[in-house]
Design a protein around this ligand. Structure first.
Ligand code: ZN
Length: 321
């Protein structure tokens, strides 16, 4: 899916910065301008990409400086650039559950993962090699909340709605009622497959339903191009399908690996990052069997890397034959 890098004017002084192609680490940000101040939604995965995004927004910020930064969740591609926005007079807001994970060790763990001498490291370097994690200083939220928080941005209401645990433990949606715009964070990947790190998957479906119930003229996903309710419904369909197929295989006694290998995903073959199915099926198995040990991010990522590397090898075999 080809689309241009931002910024995009969504109307009513709402904007977004899209980072094509919306794949691993390539996330979007948002800007809501009020009278005399602005609110920024998310920073990017590294300092160069964040600096480029801020420079593009700069003309919009004359007389309306960023006073609030909202991080939609705790994944690095949505907050590792925070230090370029932080400062006196800037509040950084996230859910309490997200903030608990936005620590210096989460930065060093991510950097260490990309340096690993194994298939996970190989995969991360392959998909994220164009990011430069030098110089990142963990810059966490200064204000947290649970459930809902209404902010005044230069006379405009901006609603933060906690929908996590879903994609991660502390996801939130940013809803701007007077503009009928929502910034969804990684509740929505458009073009790529959905990804349920935390779950349960029903919470991701509920978050889609919440978006579908809003009056909207623009929907900014966490990754990928701007979308509409058809795009949201397709994400919901994927989640629903994977849930049903996983439950069936769990009840038949299949292992997670056999379940992943046997689900026919051809209905969703147009989505990139097909390997996320491995983490999504695991998530359903964990929900159905609470005694099953929870896997950490490295283990979940390892399953995705296994799937993607195997799929790439199979495709290469087909070319060679
Ligand atoms: Zn993301």
């Amino acid at each position: 899916m080809t689309y241009a890098k931002g910024p995009y004017d969504l109307g009513h002084d709402c904007h977004s910065w899209l980072l094509p192609e919306g794949r691993w680490g390539e996330s979007n940000t948002g800007l809501v301008r009020g009278s005399g101040s602005s609110l920024l939604i998310d920073t990017l995965y590294d300092l160069p990409h964040t600096a480029e995004m801020l420079a593009a927004y700069k003309p919009l910020l004359q007389g309306h400086p960023i006073r609030t930064l909202v991080n939609t969740h705790s994944d690095g591609d949505h907050w590792f650039g925070n230090q370029l926005v932080a400062g006196p007079g800037v509040e950084i807001v996230a859910t309490r559950a997200a903030a608990e994970l936005m620590t210096p060790s989460s930065v060093s763990e991510m950097v260490a993962m990309s340096g690993r001498d194994d298939h996970v490291g190989d995969f991360i370097r392959q998909v994220g090699g164009h990011f430069d994690h030098a110089g990142i200083v963990a810059t966490p939220p200064t204000r947290t909340f649970t459930d809902e928080l209404s902010l005044d941005v230069g006379g405009r209401e901006v609603r933060l709605i906690q929908v996590g645990p879903a994609h991660t433990p502390g996801d939130l949606l940013v809803h701007v009622p007077d503009a009928q715009v929502v910034y969804t964070g990684d509740i929505l990947f458009i073009g790529g497959a959905p990804l349920v790190w935390a779950g349960p998957i029903s919470r991701c479906i509920a978050a889609c339903d919440l978006i579908l119930d809003l009056e909207l003229v623009a929907i900014v996903p966490g990754h990928g191009p701007l979308t509409d309710k058809t795009g949201v419904a397709r994400v919901r369909d994927y989640l629903d399908f994977v849930h049903a197929e996983s439950v069936e295989r769990f009840e038949q006694g299949l292992t997670v690996e056999d379940a992943v290998a046997s689900i026919d995903m051809s209905l969703f073959a147009d989505m990139s990052e097909q390997g996320r199915i491995a983490a999504n099926v695991l998530n359903v198995y964990q929900e159905l069997d609470p005694t099953r040990p929870r896997e950490n991010r490295l283990q979940q990522f390892g399953r995705i890397a296994d799937f993607e590397l195997h799929a790439a090898a199979t495709a290469q075999d087909a070319v060679n034959r």
